[in-house]
Design a protein around this ligand. Structure first.
Ligand code: FES
Length: 154
């Protein structure tokens, strides 16, 4: 049978482990106390502050013969930019960080738009805000295809 002192010691170890775990995964106590953003602006607030700046002076190439961009509807993120291949085979490139609070957006090929999984902001295929809480557009980049080499540039 455990003594009260032993039980308190065990509980202390449990709490310390949990705190250490949260620190290691990068979740602060404040994050746990803030309710999830459900229901749009009233719960989320419109805060475009603290989002990473969109990449500038962009100029890189990708091989689209394999991987996510080999198929229509696929997308990937590279150098802070989300590159997507539409259902018709054209390429799109916009800054990947949602302008609301910086979450990486996804590409939804069925509706040809970029959607933030965090609070549901939506952006057109060229990065224009079509649904809040984001209020600033994503930055759009140019693309050109030469064989299987896709160039993404400012
Ligand atoms: S981070 Fe809030 S909608 Fe994207």
């Amino acid at each position: 049978m455990k003594r009260l002192l032993d039980i308190g010691f065990d509980l202390n170890i449990f709490l310390m482990d949990r705190k250490e775990f949260l620190n290691q995964v990068g979740i602060g106590a404040a994050a746990l106390l803030v309710p999830a953003c459900i229901g749009g602006l009233a719960a989320c607030g419109k805060s475009d502050s603290g989002t990473p700046a969109a990449p500038t002076n962009v100029d890189f190439t990708l091989d689209v013969s394999s991987g996510a961009l080999a198929s229509n509807g696929g997308f990937l993120v590279q150098n802070g930019i989300i590159i997507a291949r539409t259902t018709s085979g054209t390429f799109l490139a916009v800054s990947a960080a949602c302008t609301h609070q910086g979450t990486t957006v996804n590409y939804v090929s069925a509706s040809n738009k970029f959607v933030c999984p965090n609070h549901g902001a939506e952006f057109s295929s060229t990065g224009i805000v079509i649904k809040e809480p984001a209020t600033k557009n994503l930055t759009s980049y140019k693309t050109s295809l030469n064989g299987n080499t896709l160039r993404v540039f400012s």
